[in-house]
Design a binder for this molecule. Structure first.
Ligand code: HEC
Length: 117
């Protein structure tokens, strides 16, 4: 609440006009594509927060289950603090570029699901 809501709002809707993305119906999709699991940890709002590793893992798991349960992969494994410790040491320099690359891959997957190919 203290660390994230200022930008992301209590309902996770964010502020698209200020480039803060909305979580509902979207967040879990990042777990569909390679690099997405790391990305949710490495994005500056997560990585640079004052949260402990276990605290950050807990918040991310809660966010995914609260805002995006329908998009979670069937084999979703909750984050652990030990898993994300290394990832958060190296936030990407070009966050926007990494995010766009992941969104492109997500879109490809959605197109494949629609056409069944
Ligand atoms: C100062 C505003 C701000 C705060 C505070 C903030 N975020 Fe963010 N968050 C953003 C922005 C902007 C993005 C879009 C990516 C980027 O440009 O960093 C984002 C993206 C994300 C994403 C990836 C979702 C996506 O669609 O790209 C996650 C996960 C996330 N934030 C988690 C958190 C968590 C957890 C906290 C609190 C510990 C937090 N954020 C605090 C602004 C913020």
């Amino acid at each position: 609440m203290i660390n994230c809501q200022g930008c992301h709002l209590p309902d996770g809707s964010g502020n698209p006009e200020r480039q803060v993305p909305a979580f509902p119906g979207q967040l879990g999709k990042f777990l569909w594509v390679p690099g997405g699991r790391e990305y949710l940890v490495q994005v500056p709002g997560s990585a640079l927060s004052g949260l402990s590793d276990d605290g950050l893992a807990g918040v991310l798991n809660w966010m995914l289950e609260t805002f995006s349960p329908n998009e979670l992969p069937a084999d979703f494994k909750p984050y652990t603090g030990a898993e994300l410790h290394e990832w958060r040491q190296s936030p990407p320099v070009d966050v926007g570029g990494v995010r766009q690359g992941l969104l492109d891959r997500i879109e490809q997957q959605e197109a494949q699901k629609r056409t069944g190919i």
